[in-house]
Design a protein around this ligand. Sequence first.
Ligand code: BJW
Length: 243
Amino acid sequence: MHGTPENIVILTGAGISAESGLNTFRAADGLWEDHRVEDVATPDAFARDPALVHRFYDARRARLAEVEPNAAHVALARLDAEWPGDLLIVTQNVDDLHERAGARRLLHMHGELMSGWCLSCDEKFGWTGDMGEGAACPVCTSPGAVRPNIVWFGEMPYEMDRIEQALMGADLFVSIGTSGAVYPAAGFVQTARYRGAHTLEINLEPSQGSIFFDERRFGPAGVEVPKWVGELLQSAQSRPMSS
Ligand code: BJW
């Protein structure tokens, strides 16, 4: 790209956590007890079989205790700490590996595993351990009305206004480890590009929206992200942005 960018939006997906040992959704190993994510991550699936859906999320919440952030999460946290311009990491992931690596300018557009939502009083709160069907809400004490605070298919992702605003002001948009199969996240590259941002994809292989990126780097996130962050911080040092 020409010149040093000032305002950066970074979209991350399951691929950034793969080297930490978390399964992606659409790889051959992406099935859970033979279910596709589209069959368990919906309000209909939860209404039909809440025990199954709770098992899916309880297992994934438990798995978080066994994994650590990898070099890609650490590199993005370093970029967040050192980048003087605007920066927003928008993750589709519901794991907490970005924040455990130290990222601060971060939002979870598809919710968080370590959070619950009471359908009785509408409060959202931190949650550790199993949730299961009978969990009582810590706020209103209603039993059996707590669901994982996760954005399922057909539900509106979180913080869309803030994301839209950041995309409008971005001069660099970077997508890391996402297949580009799920909207609205898959459309962010086109919004950023339309506003004139340089667009970069870092992924193991071309994503579904690969043609919309100006630049593509293929390889494991744990290798490619630290390399890119090092280059970006180096170029910002040698060509400081206008104040
Ligand atoms: C590596 C790597 C390594 C591996 N290094 N890379 C028809 C057309 C268009 C849209 C729709 C449609 N029908 C329905 C819709 C809308 C629907 C949708 O997009 N459906 C598609 C299936 C078509 N979307 C919704 O319903 C969303 N809500 C919505 O649209 O509301 C209305 C709205 C309107 C207007 C504006 C705004 C909103 C909600 C979507 C909720 C998604 N939820 C899930 C599950 C819940 C979270 C959870 O349980 O974890 O979120 S689905 C699942 O997919 C999860 C993920 O966040 C999401 C994206 O997956 P991701 O991260 O891309 O993972 P993978 O596995 O697909 O890809 C991994 C990539 O990494 C691969 O490319 C690998 O190569 C790569 N990789 N190892 C680098 N080491």
